[in-house]
Design a protein around this ligand. Structure first.
Ligand code: O7E
Length: 223
């Protein structure tokens, strides 16, 4: 079954904690990015992990030289189950994060995922990212990363990128607020893949009901 990852981009710690209390039973994973960490501190990652016991992925879209990427990965993977990085900076930068992930896996006996962005979901991604996205997907395959990010806003590109990466799980944002059509995307994704939904849940009038609705649609589509 395609899984549901909540993009918890709220900028208030209490709101974030209340939100996950209410809806964590309807979601499979939680993505924490700069809006929440910069407003609440990195400790929020541990707090949410402890509270929900869900898969927690830090979306820091890491894009630096290998030695700086290593430092960011060390701080992040202490508590998070995974980290999202960019691939356009080159494979050595991604490998630096993979090295730290492996070390933490040995230390904690838990899987630590390294997820690489190929093509982003916003309109501007066609300018610079789309022309190199297939190549990035090929690199992701060679590096055998644990997941790649590809857009729900462009089903034809999602299809192409999925074909390139094969069995590497896809994590796909763009459903809801960005206009991506759930049914079109569910026809492409498989059981190891995720959709990311943010505003359509946390900004809706009733986040609990909205999360429940998405979880039912995913279940329904998968029979
Ligand atoms: O549009 P929303 O509110 O459903 O939120 C989508 C989330 O996915 C948000 O956190 C945004 O930063 C993220 N995202 C995209 O929207 N597009 C992308 O191409 C990539 C991401 C992302 O999360 O990258 C790492 C997975």
């Amino acid at each position: 079954m395609v899984k549901l990852m909540l993009a918890l981009d709220v900028m208030d710690k209490n709101k974030a904690l209340t939100m996950v209390d209410e809806i964590s039973k309807y979601i499979d994973a939680i993505k924490i990015g700069y809006p929440l960490v910069l407003s609440s501190g990195l400790d929020i990652v541990k707090e949410i992990k402890d509270k929900t016991n869900k898969e927690v992925i830090c979306d820091f879209k890491v894009a630096d030289i290998p030695s700086t990427n290593e430092k960011i990965a060390k701080l992040t993977l202490n508590y998070a189950d995974g980290i999202i990085c960019h691939g356009f900076v080159g494979r050595d930068s991604v490998e630096a994060i993979q090295k730290i992930a492996k070390q933490y896996e040995i230390k904690t006996h838990h899987k630590k995922k390294v997820i690489m962005v190929t093509e982003m979901s916003h309109p501007g991604a066609v300018e610079f990212m789309q022309p190199i996205a297939d190549k990035l997907a090929e690199v992701a395959k060679i590096l055998n990363v644990d997941g790649i990010v590809a857009p729900s806003t462009r089903p034809e590109r999602l299809t192409k990128i999925k074909k390139i990466v094969g069995n590497i799980p896809i994590i796909s944002p763009g459903i809801g607020a960005q206009g991506g059509e759930l049914n079109a995307v569910l026809d492409i994704l498989g059981e190891d893949d995720y959709i990311i939904v943010g505003r359509a849940i946390y900004k809706s009038e009733n986040p609990k009901e909205s999360a429940y609705k998405y979880s039912m649609l995913l279940k329904g589509h998968n029979g």
